[in-house]
Design a protein around this ligand. Structure first.
Ligand code: ADP
Ligand code: ASP
Ligand code: MG
Length: 755
C-alpha cells in the first residue's frame, strides 16, 4: 500500500526519488476506491491447486479483489470434474464485453509443442489480443509468458538441453522498478520447464525491459514499456511440495528426472524441501496488484478501453506510416493551415498528406469549391467576375502563411480554361490543387499531383490497378508528400472530380496504395457523432465503429465522411481515425473492420437520416406470389433511372421507397407505366417522407433495441410510416413525416443515450 503523508512534507521528494510510493493527502482524499476486478485464465492441469496458490497470493494484500476464472472453450479440462469448471469458470464469449483491472495467464503443460500446434492457440491469441484493450495489466506466467512474448512480440522459445527444475538464485537487472520493490539483492524462485527465451531476443525489442534474471535459469521477469504486460518465466506461486509432486510424477512415468536443484536438503528426496521463495512470491504479487493494477487502473473500469484506444492511436510502436487528410474547414484560412502543419510536424509517421480545398471560414461563407463550380458553369465573361474573389482569397492565404506560391500565374491558367465545357472538372479541381501547392510550400513536403497518379476508367470509376502501379511507384520516390484530394485522371488524360466531399476518398486511396497503418481524417468535429450535430446540439461521439456501420450511417446522411471512403481501405483493413484539427488532443473515432471487443457504452452506434423521400405503394392481389410482376416493377424503376432505397413487400402489395430528386419529374410517367405493366388495383404516392437509420452492431442480437425505437417514438406520438430491417442486420430503417424528422432524431438519441 502507498504511504500517505501530509502534502508538501519534505520527505516526499526524497522518497519519490527512491521510488517509494508516497501518496499525498490530496490524492488520498480524491482517490476513489472500489474492488479490483481480476481475471485468471487457468491453463494448468492442476486447476484447483493453481486456483488456491494464486488466490493465496492475491489475497495477501489489503486490497479488495474480485476474482473471476476463465477457461478456454476449445480445450476441455480432463483432470477436473466438469461440475467444477461449470460452477467456477467462464468462457471467453461470456466475459469479452467486460473490462478487468488485472489478468493472469498461467503456465500450461504444452511447452514442447509449437505454439500453433496447441489446440487452443487461436483462442488464446484472441484472448491476448483482447487483453490489450480490456485489461489494464496482464501478468503472464511460465508458458503463458512464452506465449505472450511470442504472440505480442514474435519472440521464440527454445528447447533447453535438459529440463530446468529447481529453485534458483536471482538478481535484479533493474533495481528501481516497482515490481521488485523491497526485494533483497538475491532472491530465489522455482522454475520447472524444458524451454526458455533468449535474452538477446528480448533486448532487441524496444518496448520490452528485462527486470530480473538468474545466472542458471536465465531471464525471469520482463515488462512492457507501458507497464501493462508482465512476463514471468518462473513459478513463484508454487507450494512447498509442487516441485516434488512434479518430480515424483515424472519418476513414476519412467522419465528418470534429475533431482530438482537446490530444493531438497542435501539433494535427498526423502527429506522435506526447504521453501526459500515464499516471501518473494508474496511481495511480487502484492507489488503487481498495488503498483501495476490498483494505483494505475481507471476508477471507472469502462475507461480502460478509452485509455487503450488512446495508446493505440498515439503511442503505438506498430505504426510507421500515417496518411493524414485535412478537410475544408481545416484549411479555410492561414490560421487553420498552421494548425494542420503543426499536426503534420507532431508525428514523423504522418508522411503523406491529402488536402481539400479551403472550406467555410464562418457560418455564411462560401466554399472555394462552390465558387469554382460557379466559375466552371458560367460563360467566360460571367466567370471572370467571380474569379477575383477566389484569387484574393488565395492571395490572403499565401501572404498569411508567408509562402512562395505564384498565385497570379496559377490563375492565368485557370482563366484560360474558363468558358470551355471540357475544362469544367479541371477548373473545379483547382481548389485542392492550389491547397496542395501551398501546403507543400509550408511544410517542405514534396508536391505529388493526383493528375497522372490517380486514375479513373472510362465510366469514371476508380481504377485501382493502374493507380496502385503508378501512384505506388511515385510515392516510393517521395519520403513525404502532399497530394491534392477530390480528383483523378480519365483514360484520355483529362481531369475528373469525384462527387462532393470526395477528398475523403483520395485520402483512402493514398492510404491503401501507400500501405498506411492508419488513415487519419482531420475535420472540424472530434469524431463520428451519434447523431448529426446540426440536429441535436453537442451529441456524444462514438469511440469505435465498424466500416459497415459507418457506411450505413454516412449513406443515410451522416456527412462527416464521404460514404465511399471505406472502399479503398476496407480490403486492406486500414483503420480510419476521424480527428479534430481544432482539438488534436481528442482521440476522435476509430473505424475498424471488427469492433467486437469494444464495449460501446450504448446499444446503438448512431442514428442518421435524410428528408426528401417518397413512397409508391402498389396494391395487387397475390402480388408476392408472382415473381415476374416484381421483376417487371424493378425494371420500370431501373429503366427510368430511379434508384430504389427500400422495398417492403406485403402479401397483396408492395411499397417502394425512392428519393424525390430522382422521381419528381417523372412521377406521372412512372405511374402510367406501372398501371400498364402491373395492372394494380391501386397506386398511391406519399411525398415528404424522412428516412431514419438506427445503426448498431448489436441490433442483430438484441431485440430490445427495436422495442426501444418504437417506444421512444410512440411516447412522442410520432407516427411511423414504415419500418424496414437492413439486410446487413445492423440497421433498422424508419420512415416518418418530414415534419417529425427532428423530433424523431431527438427522441431516439435521448432514448439510446439514457444511462
Ligand atoms: P471536412 O471539410 O473536414 O471534410 P465535412 O463538413 O465534410 O468536413 O464534415 C464534417 C461535418 O460533418 C461536421 O462539421 C458536422 O457538421 C457534419 N456531420 C454530420 N453528421 C455528423 C456525424 N454523425 N458526426 C459528426 N459530424 C457530422
Ligand atoms: N472540396 C470538395 C468539396 O467541397 C471535396 C472535399 O472537400 O472533400 O466537395
Ligand atoms: Mg468532408
Amino acid at each position: 500500500m502507498p504511504i500517505k503523508v501530509p502534502n508538501n512534507l519534505p520527505a516526499i521528494e526524497t522518497l519519490t526519488k527512491e521510488n517509494v510510493f508516497v501518496m499525498t493527502d490530496t490524492r488520498a482524499m480524491t482517490q476513489d476506491i472500489r474492488p479490483l476486478q481480476i481475471l485468471i485464465l487457468n491453463l494448468m492441469p492442476t486447476k484447483v491447486e493453481t486456483e488456491t496458490q494464486l488466490t493465496r497470493l492475491l489475497g495477501n494484500t489489503p486490497l479488495q479483489v474480485e476474482l473471476e476464472l476463465l477457461q478456454t472453450s476449445t480445450h476441455k479440462a480432463t483432470n477436473i470434474s466438469e461440475e467444477h469448471m461449470i460452477a467456477f469458470y467462464k468462457t471467453f464469449s461470456q466475459i469479452k464485453h467486460k473490462n478487468y483491472d488485472g489478468m493472469i495467464i498461467t503456465g500450461a503443460p504444452v511447452e514442447l509443442m509449437d505454439f500453433e500446434e496447441v489446440d487452443y492457440w487461436d483462442e488464446l491469441c484472441e484472448i491476448m489480443e483482447w487483453s490489450k484493450r480490456h485489461v489494464h495489466s496482464t501478468f503472464h506466467i511460465c508458458w503463458g509468458a512464452q506465449a505472450g512474448l511470442y504472440y505480442h512480440y514474435g519472440i521464440k522459445k527454445h528447447i533447453l538441453p535438459k529440463k530446468l527444475s529447481g529453485v534458483y538464485k536471482h538478481n535484479l537487472d533493474y533495481k528501481n522498478g516497482m515490481l521488485f520493490r523491497g526485494f533483497d539483492d538475491e532472491f530465489y524462485v522455482p522454475h520447472s520447464r524444458n524451454t526458455t527465451v533468449n535474452r538477446e531476443d528480448i533486448e532487441a525489442v524496444p518496448g520490452l525491459k528485462i527486470i530480473a534474471s538468474s545466472e542458471e535459469a536465465g531471464v525471469y521477469a520482463i515488462k512492457s514499456e507501458n507497464d501493462r504486460q508482465i512476463f514471468i518465466t518462473g513459478h513463484s506461486e508454487y507450494d512447498a511440495d509442487t516441485l516434488m509432486k512434479e518430480y515424483i510424477r515424472d519418476k513414476n512415468a519412467g522419465i528418470n528426472p534429475e533431482i530438482p536443484c537446490n530444493y531438497f536438503p542435501d539433494d535427498d528426496d526423502t527429506k522435506e524441501p526447504t521453501v526459500k521463495w515464499r516471501s518473494c512470491a508474496n511481495l511480487l504479487y502484492s507489488n503487481w496488484l498495488n503498483y501495476f493494477v490498483y494505483q494505475t487502473t481507471q476508477y471507472d473500469i469502462t475507461q480502460i478501453e478509452d485509455a487503450s484506444l488512446d495508446a493505440m492511436i498515439h503511442d503505438n510502436n506498430d505504426i510507421d506510416l500515417k496518411v493524414a487528410k485535412f478537410g475544408g474547414t481545416s484549411l479555410a484560412d492561414a490560421e487553420q493551415f498552421k494548425k494542420c502543419a503543426a499536426i503534420i510536424e507532431a508525428e514523423k509517421e504522418r508522411r503523406y498528406v491529402v488536402v481539400s480545398a479551403p472550406g467555410k471560414r464562418r457560418e455564411n461563407d462560401v466554399k472555394v469549391t462552390d465558387l469554382l463550380i460557379e466559375c466552371a458553369d458560367k460563360n467566360k465573361a460571367e466567370a471572370e467576375e467571380v474569379l477575383p474573389k477566389l484569387m484574393s482569397r488565395y492571395k490572403v492565404l499565401v501572404r498569411g502563411l508567408g509562402v512562395d506560391v505564384d498565385i497570379d500565374k496559377e490563375f492565368e491558367k485557370i482563366t484560360e480554361a474558363l468558358g470551355k465545357p471540357a475544362k469544367r472538372d479541371y477548373i473545379i479541381s483547382r481548389g485542392e490543387y492550389l491547397n496542395a501547392k501551398i501546403m507543400s510550400a509550408l511544410t517542405g513536403m514534396d508536391f505529388v499531383d493526383a493528375e497522372g497518379t490517380i486514375f479513373l476508367d472510362e465510366n469514371g470509376i476508380y481504377d485501382e490497378e493502374k493507380t496502385k502501379a503508378v501512384l505506388g511507384k511515385v510515392l516510393k520516390e517521395h519520403e513525404r508528400a502532399v497530394i491534392p484530394g477530390f480528383y483523378g485522371t480519365m483514360p484520355d488524360g483529362s481531369i475528373k472530380t469525384f462527387s462532393r466531399g470526395g477528398s475523403d476518398i483520395t485520402g483512402a486511396i493514398v492510404a491503401a496504395v501507400a500501405g498506411a497503418d492508419i488513415y487519419e481524417n482531420w475535420t472540424d468535429v472530434s469524431g463520428f457523432y451519434m447523431v448529426d450535430p446540426r440536429v441535436v446540439a453537442n451529441p456524444l461521439s462514438v469511440p469505435v465503429i465498424t466500416y459497415k456501420e459507418l457506411r450505413e450511417l454516412s449513406y443515410m446522411g451522416a456527412s462527416v465522411l464521404h460514404e465511399d471512403t471505406i472502399f479503398p481501405v476496407v480490403k486492406v483493413e486500414i483503420p480510419i481515425n476521424i480527428r479534430n484539427t481544432n482539438r488534436p488532443e481528442d482521440n476522435g473515432t476509430l473505424i475498424v473492420k471488427n469492433a467486437d471487443y469494444f464495449q460501446s457504452g450504448f446499444s446503438v452506434s448512431g442514428i442518421s437520416g435524410k428528408k426528401g423521400y417518397s413512397t409508391i405503394a402498389i396494391e395487387k392481389p397475390r402480388f408476392n406470389e408472382q415473381p415476374q410482376l416484381r421483376a417487371d416493377l424493378l425494371d420500370i424503376f431501373a429503366y427510368n433511372g430511379v434508384t430504389i432505397k427500400n422495398i417492403l413487400s406485403g402479401i397483396d402489395s408492395v411499397t417502394v421507397v425512392v428519393r424525390d430528386e430522382f422521381f419528381q419529374d417523372i412521377e406521372e410517367q412512372l405511374v402510367a407505366e406501372i398501371e400498364e405493366k402491373i395492372a394494380p388495383t391501386s397506386v398511391s404516392i406519399t411525398h415528404d417522407l424522412a428516412m431514419i437509420a438506427i445503426v448498431g452492431r448489436e441490433l442483430s442480437t438484441s431485440p430490445a433495441i427495436a422495442v426501444k425505437v418504437l417506444g421512444a417514438l410512440a411516447n412522442r406520438k410520432i407516427n411511423i410510416k414504415l419500418i424496414d430491417h437492413g439486410s446487413e442486420k445492423i440497421s433498422m430503417m424508419l420512415g416518418v413525416d418530414e415534419a417529425d424528422y427532428v423530433s424523431s432524431i431527438e427522441a431516439l438519441y435521448t432514448e439510446f443515450t439514457r444511462l
